[in-house]
Ligand binder design. Structure first.
Ligand SMILES: NC(=O)c1ccc[n+]([C@@H]2O[C@H](COP(=O)([O-])OP(=O)(O)OC[C@H]3O[C@@H](n4cnc5c(N)ncnc54)[C@H](O)[C@@H]3O)[C@@H](O)[C@H]2O)c1
Length: 435
């Protein structure tokens, strides 16, 4: 087995400089790295990680390695790898498997390669790696899992996993379903659900970077456009706010009555997809659901409508259906495909309907990933301290870890916290003192 599979090793120096830039914006992860490097507490640990191969991920990998872990990294999306970063990691001796533009088979081959290292812990973003392990161990092979299995070779290598972490909403949802069905073979920490992740990464990181991706792919003027955001969860809310900040007329499409009401009272127009399809100029999906924008919507869209997805999987926009409706498809610029329909209308799809912020831009700013990836590193430390001895279900990041990361971030930003007086602390625990 080769120690890595990257596109172009000669990009290593360019990647090294990019990683340094990211590292400079990630003070909390640098602190965690220093602690790990002093304690070497991850000595003997093998981590198989399936993450977007970006400069920020490289900083996380370096931190885990500083603690003594052997890390094997594969891509969590066929189009999100920053090839220069992958090359730099390979040059540093990291087992890295991924390149931008992988096909389906190559994608799962890379997962197999990362798993062939026999992980003690897994780090996942979207659960493709963890579900592959489970499909193999539970003998529920589909085509992708069979391929992963053939690459792993000896499946005994998958027997010693003690725990894992999950980065994103879609992955956590899948893992909770597995736990509910009694299938989860080891405990998972839902990094996504930590407050210092989901209140910042999902809305603020994706809010900015999704708009960044749309702008880099199209250079459209957002001001005055009808922007339709599908899903007003953590990610969708951030995108809607950022689009409003660029002076778009923002419509929210949302099936959940509470979230729809919140969108309405935040000043957004709330409408059904059936209606919004007719007047939207730019559509952005962020739902974690399938076929959110589909044939019936393409059929009534305006000429020139632009479609982008910020949800984890590339199933939110029914792109196969769009392809079938089109009489011609042409790539006009990187990440921008024009679909011409038989009545002459043109619909533009960004980044093949995959995560627009990672495919058409660079993903979240490093400052935000500082929080998410410090939580990842801290969660691996936590699992390792317990030697994975946790119930086999999806766990929250411990409250003290979550708060510590937020505290360290504030400290790095030189922001002072209010300290409560003894009297205030007592009063907050008081029940007898009335009006
Ligand atoms: N692009 C990124 O970098 C990035 C970052 C974080 C999360 N994500 C992904 O974004 C997606 C959303 O994550 P989240 O944390 O906001 O989840 P969430 O559960 O907070 O929000 C999803 C929202 O979509 C709504 N929804 C479901 N089906 C819908 C439909 N057909 N039409 C309109 N709305 C619908 C739900 O009611 C919910 O309010 C997930 O796939 C997640 O993994 C992407």
């Amino acid at each position: 087995m080769r120690g890595y599979w990257v596109k172009d090793e000669s990009l290593a120096e360019q990647g090294r400089r990019k990683i340094e830039w990211a590292e400079a914006q990630m003070p909390v992860l640098r602190m965690v790295r220093e602690e790990l490097s002093a304690s070497r507490e991850l000595e003997g640990v093998r981590v198989s990680a399936c993450l977007h191969i970006t400069k920020e991920t490289a900083v996380l990998v370096r931190a885990l390695r500083a603690g003594g872990a052997e890390v094997a990294l594969c891509a969590s999306n066929p189009l999100s790898t920053q090839d220069e970063v992958a090359a730099a990691l390979a040059a540093e001796g990291i087992h890295v498997y991924g390149f931008r533009g992988m096909n389906h088979e190559e994608y799962y081959r890379c997962i197999g390669m990362a798993l062939s290292h026999g992980p003690t812990y897994t780090v996942d973003d979207g659960a493709d790696l963890v579900t592959s392990i489970h499909k193999i161990r539970l003998d529920r092979l589909d085509e992708a899992a069979a391929l992963v299995k053939s690459v792993v070779g000896d499946v005994a290598r998958l027997a010693d996993v003690k725990g894992g972490t999950e980065e994103t909403t879609t992955g956590v949802t899948r893992l909770r379903t597995m736990a509910d069905e009694g299938l989860l073979l080891y405990p998972i920490i839902a990094v996504n659900d930590a407050k210092s992740k989901s209140l910042f990464d999902n809305p603020i990181g994706t809010g900015q970077s999704a708009l960044d991706g749309i702008l880099r792919a199209t250079n459209l003027l957002i001001a005055g456009k009808n922007v339709v955001v599908c899903g007003f969860g953590r990610v969708g809310e951030g995108i809607a706010e950022r689009a409003r900040g660029l002076a778009a007329h923002v419509t929210v499409v949302e099936p959940d009555p509470i979230k729809a009401l919140k969108a309405h009272m935040s000043g957004f127009r709330v409408d059904s997809m059936k209606n919004a399809a007719r007047y939207g100029d730019v559509f952005i999906t962020a739902t974690g659901n399938i076929n959110v924008i589909r044939g019936e919507h393409f059929n009534v869209m305006k000429d020139g409508a632009v479609l982008a997805n910020a949800g984890h999987m590339d199933v939110e926009i029914a792109k196969e259906e769009l392809r079938k409706l089109a009489v011609g498809v042409e790539e006009l610029r990187p990440c921008l495909e024009r679909y011409t329909l038989n009545d002459g209308r043109r619909i533009y799809l960004l980044g093949e309907g995959r995560l627009v912020n990672l495919v058409c831009a660079e993903g979240h700013p490093s400052e935000v990933m500082d929080l998410s990836f410090s939580l990842q590193a801290e969660s691996i430390r936590y699992l390792n301290r317990l030697d994975g001895k946790l119930e086999r279900r999806v766990h929250l990041v411990p409250e003290e870890v979550d708060r510590r990361v937020a505290r360290l971030k504030l400290k790095s930003l030189d922001v002072e916290l209010e300290e409560l007086t003894e009297e205030q602390l007592r009063y907050m625990r008081e029940w007898a003192m009335g009006t």
